[in-house]
Ligand binder design. Structure first.
Ligand SMILES: Cc1ncc(COP(=O)(O)O)c(C=O)c1O
Length: 378
């Protein structure tokens, strides 16, 4: 049914829908391909933990029942892991689900939401979907959040500051010093969302990465997810830590049975299976280095990342689209960063050894023609 114009607020009319990485089945259908490597959504290429799969499988016979509304077991496990109290935790349909609760609970049309350019698009969409005014600061020259420029843009109307640390799509991070600087400048009326969807991968950042669990601010919420390093993107389970008053307001607007029953047992299984997480991180480290070396050898300007993806420069929208399409023809799905307003860049997620070899081979095949058409841009 076509919505009557008058029923749709302008901020919804002007909203663009989220563009996800191309699904494997869609590409298989379109190009009649069998061998496909999806390196477009920063998923865990090793798959879910086998223990989590076992736990979810055993839950299938109970799916006629609503889930535990309080996700007791999962919450208790997270309390144990992170040494926090149950009142300080919220669970949702992915960390994005929790961002939606924040928008619903705290934002009204006209409020200002402050963040960086070239960060997670999902957040831009959520802020706009409630009529908030999005205020952004450009990245620094080395593709990092410009914390000084962000704090300079705080006004009386700023309600939420969103920081993805590490950032998607650049893979860069803010340091402890930058975090402290920001918190010194954030007034009490502002909520800070620290989106740490990729924090498990940030081992390369080592000592100067600010693990937000080491801090206690009443206006800061940390968001984490089982979709990335834990390999459970297909069931969307995210969690947030904050002051109990903050959490109690989010609970008022949360849909009662999120996350669903499979997500609850799957996430619990994934937390228990820490060896699977360790394997994931080790494999990622190894293949990140191989991929970075490959891109540098091919003379691409690639952004140093502390995550499971690398963004590199093609130099133009046309070159990015050409590379994206020609890799698609060979069954490799990467991401053209047009919707992140970085059209002259593409992003590749770190896959398995086999998937990366597929990507390297496809790149070797297309680069001679690519070079004739576009060359290299520094
Ligand atoms: C920075 C960032 N935050 C959040 C998400 C969404 O994660 P979830 O599946 O937990 O909603 C993503 C997914 O790509 C992301 O890149």
């Amino acid at each position: 049914m076509k919505a009557k114009k008058t029923l749709v607020p302008d901020y919804i009319k002007n909203l663009k829908t989220y563009q996800a990485g191309k699904p494997i089945e869609e590409l298989a259908r379109e190009k009649k391909l069998e061998h496909i490597s999806k390196l477009a959504s920063n998923e865990n290429p090793l798959g879910p933990s086998p223990f989590a799969i076992k736990e979810m499988t055993s839950k299938l016979w109970d799916l006629h029942r609503y889930p535990d509304m309080h996700a007791y077991k999962l919450k208790m496990k997270l309390c144990e892991l992170y040494e926090v109290k149950p009142d300080n935790i919220i669970l949702g349909n992915g960390s994005e689900g929790i961002m939606a609760y924040i928008a619903r609970a705290f934002l009204q049309p006209g409020d200002e939401v402050l963040t960086s350019e070239n960060t997670f698009i999902g957040f831009y969409i959520l802020a706009r979907s409630v009529g908030a005014k999005l205020v952004t600061a450009p990245l620094t020259k080395d593709y990092r959040y410009d914390i000084e420029a962000i704090t300079e843009r705080i006004t009386e109307k700023t309600k939420v500051i969103y920081i993805a640390n590490p950032n998607n799509p650049t893979g860069t991070y803010i340091t402890k010093g930058e975090f402290d600087y920001m918190m010194d400048h954030v007034p009490e009326h502002c909520i800070v969302i620290l989106d740490e969807a990729y924090f498990e991968f940030a081992i390369r950042a080592a000592a100067n990465y600010p693990d937000s669990m080491d801090y206690r601010y009443d206006n800061v919420i940390t968001l984490r997810t089982f979709s990335k390093a834990y390999g459970l993107a297909g069931i969307r389970c995210g969690y947030g830590f904050a002051h109990k008053d903050f959490i109690s307001n989010l609970k008022k607007v949360k849909l009662p049975f999120e996350p669903n029953a499979l997500a609850q047992v799957g996430a619990l299984g994934a937390v228990v299976d820490q060896p699977h997480l360790k394997r994931t991180l080790k494999e990622n480290e190894r293949l990140y280095k191989t991929t970075m070396t490959f891109l540098k050898e091919k003379n691409f300007k690639a952004i140093d990342s502390v995550t499971n993806f690398i963004t590199y420069k093609t130099g133009s929208d046309e070159a990015s689209e050409w590379m994206f399409q020609h890799l698609l023809d060979r069954g490799v799905i990467i991401r053209h960063l047009k919707s992140n307003e970085m059209p002259e860049y593409v992003r590749v997620s770190i896959g398995t050894r086999e998937e990366m070899d597929h990507y390297f081979e496809a790149m070797e095949e297309i680069l001679p023609q690519y070079d004739k058409l576009f060359g290299r841009v520094k």
